[in-house]
Design a protein around this ligand. Structure first.
Ligand SMILES: [Zn+2]
Ligand SMILES: [Zn+2]
Length: 91
């Protein structure tokens, strides 16, 4: 169980890091968009900007699967790895 809690907090820390680099702004047409505070890149969808931040600004850190130690370059690949290799694990 302790391992699962560690994985869970790893995801929480990742979310907090992503959010700290995102800013919601008006798009000037009555809607809004999300801006990357690191480089100014904008996107209408948080999922797109999340992927951008993950790929451009925090990829170097990477993620180690706390269940087997495999290193994954991004949260998406870690998520894919976990669902593939440890699919009995649920959050
Ligand atoms: Zn950026
Ligand atoms: Zn693993």
């Amino acid at each position: 169980m302790l391992t699962l809690i560690k994985v869970y907090f790893q995801f929480l820390a990742f979310s907090a890091l992503i959010k700290s680099k995102m800013q919601k702004e008006s798009d000037g047409f009555g809607g809004f968009l999300w801006r990357c505070l690191d480089c100014g890149h904008t996107s209408k969808r948080t999922t797109d900007l999340t992927k951008h931040i993950e790929a451009k600004h925090i990829e170097s850190a990477g993620y180690d699967c706390t269940l087997c130690g495999k290193h994954c370059p991004s949260k998406n690949s870690l998520t894919a790895h976990i669902s593939r290799q440890h699919r009995k694990v649920s959050f």
